[in-house]
Design a protein around this ligand. Structure first.
Ligand SMILES: Cc1ncc(COP(=O)(O)O)c(C=O)c1O
Length: 391
């Protein structure tokens, strides 16, 4: 799509390739394979001498439409769609790294990402050193001769720590290292890591891109030579954690309303965060849009607004945190985020339960910590619901 269009226009129009029926809404191609005109054409497609679809583990027109739309929004040359956010991270690592390589990663990552790096990749002789999300010098110090990748989330899950993408990309590039940023919390509506110097953007499309908690999906975005020729697409095509056409279609339709949703999530979250700060039983609130946030200035520079996630600590540890959860009637007790419906989680016993206590302590995930993914309900109704358990 032409570059002069604004993001909200791109979100509606990028990736459209109408079929012979000239449908207005994007077509959903539910097919496992594609028919060839002849044996010669089949051979040409398989050899790559003729472009075109072969089999939906490789490419599918609906998935391609989603990829083009997200790539246009992130300002990426290419997007490789995956079956989930975790398979996006896996594909990125399996495609770009080999046994004996090393990763430097933020200590403040989604629990399954920590698990993947710490336990699964370790089995294949890929080691990870975890460092502070916010201390740029510690990333520099952790570099080894075999370091290939810096990996971070910003804002982080669940504490909303902000990593300085531009500063870390400089450190990475001086050492010939790729910087990958999980942009799940902000989406391109609020933050564009590639413009700030990142090489790779990761998405759990399950979250805000989709926006209504219906399907799983993921994506890896970046330069064509890195992702297509460098092995990420090749890994997916062979190993198979590709995005289904149905899920691509649902997520693509979700993306159409991304900008207005992200603005509303941010506005609601910011009101909830300020209200939580005034509650006597809340000891701390973590939200990048609050001036009390330790990286408030950096967040203002890097993101358009604070996003929809607020973490807060209550007096009384796990028991008090569980009381808040169990007293809600409206907010859903579920581990997902990025849904139009608000969700509330106790990270220490759910999303981050499988990492060690030591790793949780190092990441600042206390037993009294709660994470609310603020949805699109009326803020007053959300406050009333949280108030029951905060008395
Ligand atoms: C920041 C972040 N990255 C990645 C993931 C994994 O995404 P998925 O559940 O789509 O595999 C999550 C899931 O919660 C997440 O919060």
């Amino acid at each position: 799509m032409s570059e002069h269009f604004q993001p909200e226009t791109i979100a509606l129009h990028a990736g459209i390739h109408r079929s012979q029926f000239n449908e207005h809404s994007e077509a959903l191609y539910l097919t496992s394979s594609f028919v060839f005109d002849s044996a010669a054409q089949a051979a040409a497609r398989f050899s790559g001498s003729e472009p075109g679809n072969i089999y939906s583990r490789f490419t599918n027109p609906t998935v391609t439409a989603f990829e083009e739309r997200l790539a246009a929004l992130e300002g990426a040359e290419v997007c490789v769609a995956t079956s989930s956010g975790m398979s996006a991270i896996l594909a990125c690592v399996m495609g770009l790294l080999s046994a004996g390589d090393h990763i430097v990663a933020s200590r403040s990552l989604f629990g399954s990402t920590v698990n993947l790096f710490n336990n699964i990749l370790k089995k294949f002789n890929i080691d990870t050193t975890f460092v502070s999300a916010t201390d740029v010098a510690s990333w520099q110090m952790a570099i080894q001769p075999n370091t290939k990748l810096f990996f971070l989330e910003t804002p982080s899950n669940p504490l909303t720590e902000i990593s300085d993408i531009a500063a870390l990309s400089t450190v990475a590039h001086q050492a010939g290292i790729w910087l990958a940023v999980d942009n799940c919390f902000c989406t391109p509506a609020l933050q564009k890591p590639l413009e700030l110097g990142a090489d790779i953007v990761i998405h759990s499309a399950t979250k805000y891109l989709e926006g209504q908690g219906r399907v799983l999906g993921g994506a890896v975005l970046g330069k064509k030579d890195l992702l297509m020729d460098g092995g990420v697409f090749g890994f997916l095509r062979t190993a198979g954690p590709t995005l289904s056409a149905f899920n691509a279609w649902v997520i693509m339709k979700g993306i159409e309303t991304l900008k207005v949703r992200m603005e509303a999530h941010s506005a609601h979250a910011s009101e909830i965060a300020r209200w939580l700060e005034s509650q006597p039983n809340v000891t701390r609130v973590f939200y990048p849009g609050l001036s009390s946030h330790s990286q408030y200035e950096l967040a203002k520079k890097q993101q358009k607004s604070g996003g929809g996630i607020v973490a807060f600590e209550v007096k009384g540890g796990k028991e008090a945190a569980w009381r808040v959860i169990d007293s809600t009637k409206l907010i859903s007790i579920t581990a997902n985020l990025g849904d139009a419906k608000s969700t509330l989680t106790h990270p220490a016993t759910t999303t981050h339960a499988r990492i060690t206590q030591e790793a949780r302590d190092a990441a600042g995930i206390s037993d009294g910590l709660l994470r609310i993914a603020v949805g699109l309900e009326a803020v007053q109704d959300l406050q009333n619901d949280l108030a029951h358990g905060l008395k």
